[in-house]
Design a protein around this ligand. Structure first.
Ligand code: GLN
Length: 482
């Protein structure tokens, strides 16, 4: 189903389609296509159909099916985080706040999207259940960790999806799959019911086929929630109002550190052409500097692993999930349940995180990383005194082949260079399709995303510029499948 949310709603309004027909057609395209993509871990058509029969089409997302990354709790559905420690062992007993809000807006949470285990990864290859492939070239990765969310939207087996972004996990797969991905400001969206990876970085956000759809989804899920004390009681603006406004006079910063060595020439060409397009729409661009960028990867992989090691302590084989058979004693029970349940990357991060938090190393690693994080945040604050938005590539490279970087975790981490600073600083950002890069060995040119970063709670400005850009180009209308 090629429909965007807006198009689907128009088809409902005109009587051309009903929510039941839309769901059946979606299920048929999943049957036909998803075996090659691996974007879904499961879906529950029967429940969705009974919800579709009662859909209230007057609501903003009335009768719209949404794919949900498999780490957000939807009552009655499995929530495995693509981990063997939970897969087949855990059914969500409640709705996450974002799901409650989506339901209030009339949406139907339909289908569990594949991901890197516990959202740790940039390629979806760390899924403990099944690999996920890029719809534009199935030998290539879709990006991660919300690889499934991006792949199902890009392969038209979903209308839209929810993902989560801790260090780029919405924007990077959106970029690699040629769809729109929005990471809201830290505190904009409640994380109640999201399985935590790194609590000071995680945000939930939409993956969609258009900027307008991203605005609609953001509108539905934003706002304060007393069940997540980090959600901020800032009023939620009307995001649709920022669409369709021109960007004349808008000041856009180009961080020189984001256009430096290591950026693939074809990705650079696509992003530079996008910058020219923004200029021709009346934006003024200026070079800026984010001098602490070089430390971002190191800082992120200390803070994220430290927080992950604490968050994942709850998976002990007692309260949740996989339980080792015939343990000798309690310690053996913990050790084997975790050793059997967690995958390689998750173990690597728990060990790293435990190490940086241990006494004697805490000051040298964790505390120091927190100080550099403040410097990174200050870099952005200073930049935003000068500019309204920041434009850059999302990923320095096009999607790589499955298996290509599996033996080299550091190379994989380094590819997060342009996305993780936004999480460290807590700001918002979007990836919008901005062209295709010729890629050696690929079946065809592969999608490239333009990243637009905004001030804290500056989603309206981000959406306004992204929409103006999108409307002036045709990239978002290119589909992976005819
Ligand atoms: N690729 C990053 C990581 O592996 C980001 C993941 C994410 O945003 N969840 O941690």
């Amino acid at each position: 189903m090629k429909h965007t949310i807006t198009e689907l709603r128009a088809a409902y309004a005109s009587g051309e389609l009903s929510p039941v027909e839309a769901l059946k057609s979606l299920a048929a395209s999943i049957d036909q296509r998803d075996a090659d993509i691996g974007g879904y871990l499961s879906h529950d058509l029967d429940t969705a159909l009974s919800e579709a029969e009662k859909a209230d089409l007057s609501k903003p997302l009335g009768g719209v099916p949404i794919a949900i990354k498999d780490l957000i709790n939807v009552k009655g559905q499995p929530c495995s985080c693509a981990s063997r420690i939970l897969h087949g062992h855990y059914t969500a007993p409640y709705d996450a706040t974002v799901i409650r809000k989506l339901r209030e807006a009339g949406a139907i949470p339909f289908g569990r999207a594949n991901m890197d285990e516990f959202a740790m990864g940039s390629s979806n290859e760390n899924s403990g259940i099944q690999p996920c492939r890029n719809p534009w070239d199935t030998n290539r990765i879709p990006g991660g960790s919300s690889g499934g969310s991006a792949a199902v939207v890009a392969s038209d087996t979903a209308i839209a999806a929810l993902g989560s972004d801790t260090g780029g996990s919405i924007r990077q797969p959106a970029s690699h799959c040629g769809v729109v991905g929005l990471k809201p400001t830290y505190g904009r969206v409640s994380r109640f019911g999201l399985v935590a990876f790194a609590s000071s970085l995680d945000q939930i956000g939409p993956v969609t086929k258009s900027v307008e759809d991203a605005a609609l989804m953001l509108q539905a899920i934003s706002g304060h929630d007393e069940r997540d004390s980090t959600s901020v009681p800032e009023p939620v603006p009307n995001y649709a109002e920022s669409l369709g406004r021109d960007i004349r006079g808008m000041k856009i910063g180009l961080p020189k550190e984001y256009f430096a060595e290591g950026l693939d020439a074809n990705v650079r060409a696509a992003v530079e052409a996008a910058v020219k397009q923004l200029e021709s729409l009346g934006a003024e661009t200026v070079e800026i500097s984010l001098p602490n960028t070089e430390h971002a990867v190191a800082v992120y992989y200390i803070i994220a692993t430290a927080e992950a090691s604490a968050n994942l302590a709850r998976f002990d084989g007692v309260r949740y999930g996989h339980r080792a058979e015939n343990p000798e004693d309690l310690l053996d029970h913990y050790k084997r349940s975790r050793a059997e349940g967690f995958g390689e990357e998750v173990k690597r991060r728990i060990i790293l995180g435990t190490y940086v938090l241990s006494s004697g190393y805490y000051d040298a690693y964790y505390l120091r990383a927190q100080k550099v994080r403040t410097l990174i945040r200050d870099d952005f604050a200073k930049a935003f005194e000068q500019v309204d938005l920041i434009a850059s590539p999302v990923s320095p490279i096009p999607p790589f082949r499955l298996g290509e970087k599996l033996d080299d975790p550091l190379a994989m981490y380094l590819a997060d260079i342009y996305t993780i600073s936004a999480n460290l600083a807590g700001i918002c950002g979007i990836s919008v399709p901005c062209g295709f890069a010729e890629t050696q060995g690929a079946a065809r040119p592969l999608p490239v995303g333009l990243q637009l970063l905004g001030k804290p709670f500056g989603e309206s400005e981000v959406l306004r510029a992204a929409h103006a850009y999108e409307q002036a180009t045709h990239w978002h209308r290119e589909r992976a499948f005819d």
